[in-house]
Design a protein around this ligand. Structure first.
Ligand code: ADP
Length: 563
């Protein structure tokens, strides 16, 4: 059971604390560099000890270095501790040369301690507290017991200028530290308030999103139990129940995905994705879906002429496109929905464009936040939980891409995203040409399909019908071996992995003992990376995820050199 209230808060705490430390370190080190520079100029005027006059040159470069480090690097751990140790050493050094308790140096201990309170915590803070207390005690002991050791200003004016100038600098540092702390606090407070509000809204939406399909399921199930319903009504009720089941399942999947993503538990597969095929299939699915609801929306695709293939996670890519298409359908009353893909220099651009209600500019930057829904039209209720775009963005981030929107109220929205061209290739053979090729097959092919699921058996028997291919079906591993022995002219074996009596791996081994040459391809509903690796590791000639379409089969035949 998922407890919604337990879903991790939106903020990523580790990143937050790193950002806070950077935000702190950058102005502090810059202030150190600026003050050092000012000291280079003023120390000459007030004529201090030579060593004291030289020191700002060193400190200027050190603080500037820390500033540049914090500015350029994400990891500020080194700089954060280095600035503490350097400043502590500097204080001790300056205490001696800048007239001990007579000068302004001792007050630097207060500044560095304030810095520590913001930047370190727990045991480290205790350690540094003790270190600083000890340091001050030692300095006190030395100055108290050896009055002549630390020198004094040569003139009283010198002391006044030095102390007052330093106070100015200290004031500046205190202001910077407190200001950053205040801004960070206000920011964190507002974020927490926003997250809380969104979570409340989400729970309300969830309640609605769960109840609506549940009502339909309960209501129509009761109606189905009545005796006097017509065949047509029964069919319609079942369809409505199934539709509600699907939407409930989708909701559960989305919520599971949110918790998986936030726990960093989602990993991406690397498989061959035929982009053109994916987009074509989506168009077909959505065309049917839209036709059921309205005749005033049409769907079009814009894809390059060549088949584009990339290596990536097909399911997750489809999930993002489906989220965008669902929204396009939901927020468009009439007009056109276009789904497309464009090849660019370093990446592939996908887009889902609609002529729907559009989104005001002020909301664009929030759209991809968790649970966010634009709800300025209070009189119109658009169903949804505000998870779709959040999930989509997270998936695209994982893929190393970017997602954004171009939209104007009343004109429509264009959601676009890019993913890097990892393993990109173009195949000039077009889908129709595949089929023509198959039709042109001179040679009669015999394929053995090992498959235990009855619906899939029927599918395979039908899908290759009409082609010059004979399909033999074996419902388990043992039957597959038997049929293979009886038909030594089999050209290809499509082997299911999970089957009763004997699984695909064992059957593969047995067939290989009889015939070393025949290509044996694993076909399985387990389409994860590890499944593919396991199959290829076992020696299969290839791997296809179910359901195997005509085009996929043709590709297999090509790759195995059969045609
Ligand atoms: P949901 O659709 O479940 O509310 P999403 O995260 O998918 O959640 O979308 C968040 C919000 O973004 C939607 O509630 C809607 O206000 C806005 N939005 C998303 N897509 C579109 C679109 N194509 N046209 C207009 N508004 C959209």
């Amino acid at each position: 059971m998922i407890n919604l209230v337990d879903i991790k808060p939106f903020r990523d705490e580790d990143n937050d604390s790193i950002n806070f430390e950077r935000r702190f370190l950058i102005p502090i080190s810059l202030a150190g560099a600026v003050f050092s520079f000012a000291s280079i100029l003023t120390n000459g005027i007030i004529n201090l000890d030579e060593v004291v006059q030289l020191t700002p040159y060193i400190t200027f470069f050190v603080y500037l270095g820390i500033f540049l480090w914090a500015w350029n690097k994400k990891n500020v751990v080194f700089a954060k501790y280095f600035i503490i140790l350097f400043t502590l050493t500097l204080i001790n050094f300056l205490w001696y040369y800048n007239y001990g308790a007579n000068g302004p140096i001792l007050y630097l201990f207060i500044l560095i301690y304030s810095y520590l309170i913001f930047m370190v915590k727990g045991k480290q803070l205790v350690f540094f507290t003790i270190l600083i207390a000890l340091n001050i005690s030692v300095l006190f002991y030395i100055e108290y017991n050896h009055p002549g050791l630390v020198k004094d200003y040569t003139t009283h004016h010198q002391q006044i200028v030095d102390v007052y100038l330093s106070m100015l600098f200290y004031g500046l540092i205190v202001f910077i530290m407190m200001y950053i702390a205040k801004i960070s606090y206000i920011h964190a407070y507002n974020e927490a308030k926003k997250a809380d509000k969104l979570k409340t809204a989400f729970l309300e939406n969830m309640s609605h999103e769960v109840r609506t399909p549940l009502n339909a399921i309960v209501g129509f199930s009761n109606l189905l139990a009545e005796d006097d319903i017509s065949h047509e009504d029964r069919k319609e009720y079942i369809e409505l129940i199934n539709e509600s089941n699907r939407s409930l399942l989708q909701l559960v999947n989305d919520i599971l995905d949110v918790s998986l993503i936030e726990a960093n538990q989602i990993s991406l597969n690397n498989e061959d994705i035929n982009i053109s095929e994916t987009i074509n299939n989506l168009k077909i699915t959505y065309k049917l879906l839209i036709q059921k609801k309205t005749s005033s929306i049409d769907i079009a695709i814009e894809i390059p002429n060549e088949e584009i293939h990339i290596i990536g996670d097909k399911t997750r890519l489809r999930q993002v496109l489906t989220n965008l298409l669902d929204n396009a359908v939901k927020f468009t009353e009439s007009g056109l929905i276009t789904i497309g893909v464009k090849e660019r220099d370093n990446d592939i651009l996908f887009f889902v464009k609609d002529t729907g209600i559009g989104i005001e500019r002020q909301y664009h930057r929030h759209l991809f936040d968790r649970f966010y829904k634009v709800e300025d039209k209070k009189d119109v209720l658009f169903r949804g939980t505000g998870i779709g775009l959040y999930l989509s963005k997270k998936i695209i981030d994982l893929m190393g891409g970017k997602i954004w929107v171009i939209s104007e109220p009343g004109k429509g929205s264009d959601f676009q995203f890019i993913i890097p061209k990892k393993g990109f290739r173009k195949v000039t053979l077009k889908i129709n040409e595949h089929e023509n090729n198959i039709k042109k097959l001179k040679r009669h092919l015999k394929i053995l399909v090992a498959e235990d699921h009855r619906a899939n058996q029927i599918y395979y028997a039908k899908v290759f019908k009409g082609l010059n291919i004979e399909v033999l079906i074996a419902e388990n591993g043992i039957k597959a071996i038997k049929m293979f022995k009886e038909n030594p002219d089999i050209d290809l074996v499509l082997m299911d992995i999970k089957m009763p009596e004997m699984d695909g791996f064992k059957a593969f081994e047995e067939i290989r003992k009889i015939n070393h040459q025949v290509p044996i391809i694993a076909q399985t509903a387990f389409a994860m990376d590890k499944d593919r690796e396991k199959c290829l590791g076992a020696g299969f000639n290839g791997f296809v995820a179910k359901p195997v379409t005509k085009e996929m089969l043709l590709k297999v035949l090509h790759e195995t050199g059969i045609i």
